[in-house]
Design a protein around this ligand. Structure first.
Ligand code: ATP
Length: 238
């Protein structure tokens, strides 16, 4: 069995005195897409924030065997974790191209950065057309494309995506999810995707976890979770 990319054991997270995650166990295999599903307020976003050390955490949380607990967010980024937060998090006053350049801020291999920017434009030709446009003037779908592309400029070992489908038209969502799959298949980028749209997430992911009120209610291969009667009734709508 290959070593885990990320492993959480008895992970707890809280905002001040309010505990949100309770003894959560999960692990990510390198090269795979893992989904976290769950209703509003289940703790999905908080799980991503816990990995990035943006909330107070306890328990065990390791990336390639190295503990993340107590590390600053900046160190977690330098260890190769890129986060596309909900609301996208692009620099709205900067151009598309400057956003992409900023995404590579931790890298020393300047000559390869230009090649990666070209690759982003090949993946998302709409971004190439708008390279000199301010990010704030892009459509929601284009901003999501930019947010993903900017995160990839880090050449991450793990890409965290928070609700990539949120607020977008179905056609745009389909395009973005198709490209996410390609990024995983062609470049081997491991992903952890938080989604309220369980149908979409289970079609994309290899493995899934279902969170309910800050605990893991169910986990397994995405195909199995999809067939689970209670998941179908509560989350898939059929
Ligand atoms: P959603 O899809 O609504 O974002 P979620 O599963 O991502 O749901 P979280 O955002 O992780 O859920 O929130 C889990 C719980 O933590 C909720 O009860 C929420 O009210 C609480 N919470 C989130 N952010 C904070 C905060 N900054 N301070 C205090 N409580 C918070």
């Amino acid at each position: 069995m290959a070593a885990k990319l990320l492993e959480a054991k008895k992970l707890c997270a809280s905002y001040g005195a309010t505990q949100v995650l309770f003894d959560v166990d999960f692990s990510l295999e390198p090269g795979q897409i893992t989904a976290i599903l769950g209703a509003n307020g289940a703790g999905k976003t908080t799980t991503l924030r816990a990995i990035c050390q943006m909330v107070k955490t306890s328990g065990s949380l390791t990336l390639d065997g190295q503990s993340l607990i107590g590390k600053g967010t900046e160190s977690v980024v330098r260890m190769g974790v890129a986060h596309v937060p909900d609301g996208r998090g692009t620099f709205t006053a900067l151009s598309v191209e400057d956003n992409l350049k900023l995404g590579a801020y931790t890298r020393r291999d300047r000559h390869e950065v230009a090649g990666d920017i070209d690759k982003a434009y090949q993946r998302f030709p709409r971004l190439a057309e708008r390279r000199h446009q301010q990010a704030g003037t892009l459509s929601g779908g284009e901003q999501q494309m930019l947010a993903i592309s900017r995160a990839l400029m880090l050449r991450p070992r793990l890409l965290l995506l928070d609700e990539p489908s949120f607020g977008l038209a179905p056609l745009i969502v389909a395009e973005i999810f198709r490209i996410m799959r390609r990024i995983n298949e062609e470049d081997g980028v491991s992903m952890l995707v938080v989604e309220q749209n369980a149908n979409l997430a289970l079609d994309l992911a290899h493995h899934a976890y279902l969170l309910e009120t800050g605990t893991v209610a169910l986990s397994g291969p995405a195909e199995e979770i999809k067939r689970d009667e209670s998941v179908r009734r509560a989350y898939l709508g059929y």
